[in-house]
Design a protein around this ligand. Structure first.
Ligand SMILES: NC(=O)c1ccc[n+]([C@@H]2O[C@H](COP(=O)([O-])OP(=O)(O)OC[C@H]3O[C@@H](n4cnc5c(N)ncnc54)[C@H](OP(=O)(O)O)[C@@H]3O)[C@@H](O)[C@H]2O)c1
Length: 237
């Protein structure tokens, strides 16, 4: 699939990795639907992206307004070819050990990191199936695979997202819809700062280092499912 003239819906695209993916997709000629909760940062992102492409921007919470988001995308552009579930919730900061985790707060983490991506996928899938093509990319984390003390709540949500992605791909076999999970690797972003308050993260890679992998997955990958480490895939996909 070439990104040119496709419609890409990217959640959490007001800053960090989501904004860098949006920039890469815009440069390739995709039309964009972007979402985040904070209207000011989202408007600023949309304004800069509009220099290169058409952009529909919606200030909303993906765990509450998935239907409104997809409806707006289809009303404006008629379709969604690529869905990137990037928006994510870290949970309490600093991150508590599971023994002390306020478990009620995990519900919110799961709503944003697992249920919203599933809901959005459910909303775009019927039309993708009908067209026999589409790409769904779920942004995961190594915390969804490795057991890092303190990262258990967030990590459990990413592990669930990983499994959901693999199962979805198995269920979509032969449909022409591809499903990927991407571990973007450590990045110097607001979320990472929240995870490690007070730490100097200036030595970490900037999120733009991980964004090109999201282009390659759409344009070059053919496998129906793949788990990718974005910063290690310069030639892997
Ligand atoms: N940074 C890292 O080192 C790292 C490592 C591994 C994986 N990841 C993953 O990479 C992805 C991007 O993270 P990032 O580091 O780029 O984070 P970030 O810079 O904090 O950006 C997060 C984006 O998501 C939006 N967002 C958060 N909650 C939302 C919600 N409920 N509804 C709609 N939008 C929401 C934020 O805007 P608002 O706050 O205004 O809504 C923002 O646009 C996440 O899936 C994260 O888990 C990051």
């Amino acid at each position: 699939m070439r990104l040119e003239n496709t419609v890409a819906l990217i959640t959490g695209a007001s800053r960090g990795l989501g904004l860098e993916i949006a920039r890469e997709y815009a440069a390739k000629g995709a039309r964009l639907v972007i979402a985040a909760r904070g209207a000011e940062a989202l408007d600023a992102a949309a304004h800069s992206l509009r220099e290169g492409t058409e952009v529909e921007a919606l200030a909303l919470d993906v765990s509450q307004d998935a239907e409104r988001l997809v409806h707006a995308a289809v009303s404006r552009f008629g379709r969604v070819d690529v869905l990137v579930n990037n928006a994510s919730e870290l949970g309490p900061s600093p991150m508590p050990a599971l023994e002390d985790y306020p478990w009620q707060e995990l519900e919110r983490v799961l709503r944003v990191n697992v249920l919203a991506p599933l809901h959005l996928a459910q909303l775009v899938l019927p039309a993708m199936r009908e067209r026999g093509s589409g790409v769904i990319i779920n942004v995961s984390s190594d915390a969804g695979v490795e057991a890092y003390p303190g990262w258990g709540g967030y990590g459990a949500s990413k592990a669930a997202l990983e499994h959901l992605s693999r199962t979805l791909a198995a269920e979509l076999e032969g449909s022409g819809v591809r499903v990927y999970t991407v571990d973007p690797g450590d990045m110097n972003t607001e979320m990472h700062q929240l995870a490690e308050p007070g730490e100097d993260l200036s030595g970490l890679p900037e999120p733009r280092a991980a964004a090109p992998a999201f282009v390659r997955l759409v344009e070059e990958e053919t496998a129906a499912f793949r788990r990718v480490k974005a910063q290690e895939t310069a030639t892997a996909v």
